[in-house]
Design a binder for this molecule. Structure first.
Ligand SMILES: [Zn+2]
Length: 114
């Protein structure tokens, strides 16, 4: 996927980094979190993206950041855990899992930095 990210700067960026963090550890890797003004994946506007090759999570300010970040964290966990290599696992299944679990959790809990 071709990614075009317009990262946030200044106070807005700092505020989000204070609230949700700059990095997150996923299994043994450290993922960078990039808060964006805008994000295009293959020329389409998207709310978030997990780039597991580059260990980076992108989230767009203005979306429900907690839910979007959780959604991308789930993609990263799936990538790093090896679940993607399971027989029968598909991109569609992964999307359903990420969407349902991120919605379910973010409606019941508040993410807190460790
Ligand atoms: Zn997704």
């Amino acid at each position: 996927m071709r990614i075009e990210a317009k990262p946030l700067k200044g106070k807005e960026k700092q505020k989000l980094e204070r609230t949700f963090g700059k990095t997150i550890q996923i299994n043994r890797k450290v993922y960078r979190i990039v808060y964006c003004e805008a994000l295009l994946g293959d020329s389409q506007s998207i709310a978030g993206l997990c780039d597991s090759q580059d260990t980076t999570l992108y989230v767009v300010d203005g979306s429900d950041i907690q839910e979007t970040l959780l959604h991308e964290i789930i993609h990263a966990e799936i990538a790093e855990s090896g679940i993607r290599q399971s027989p029968g696992w598909t991109r569609d299944i992964e999307e359903m899992v990420a969407e349902n679990i991120s919605q379910g959790i973010s409606h019941s809990y508040r993410l807190k930095l460790k």
